[in-house]
Write a protein that binds this ligand. Sequence first.
Ligand code: ATP
Length: 133
Amino acid sequence: MGLGRFGRSICKELYHLGHEVLVVDMNEDKVNYMSDYCTHAAIANASDEKALKSLGVRNFDYAIVAIGDNIQASILCTLLLKELGVKEVWVKARDTKHQKVLEKIGADRIIHPEKDMGVRIARQLNSNRVIDF
Ligand code: ATP
């Protein structure tokens, strides 16, 4: 849900790895661009219950909510996906407040892309130094 850089990157990689991937975004150009890198593509409002139902999202094992700027849409979308029965809903959070709300409404994993990547890089640097030593 949401085709910013983060959502696009996840979608392309999952598709490349052979998974069935449905992408949803309100922006027609973004959806059209991604149609070569996914199995199903839909122009829709991801915080609209009817739209999510008609796309059959409950049949998917995982959902990734990659809507960053529009926190309200991100929260509503997460809530609906959980209510519709998606077992694993992973959500990109913009800040700590956003994270707290996502925790309360049942997001299964909360991702802070820049922060998480920063930690990974620091750990890699640290392990390289240990090996060098
Ligand atoms: P990134 O940092 O990953 O590039 P971003 O944090 O800037 O992304 P946004 O631009 O807020 O993310 O949103 C990502 C995408 O989500 C955009 O393509 C936008 O069109 C889409 N989007 C926002 N709200 C909705 C919504 N309610 N339904 C569907 N798509 C949405």
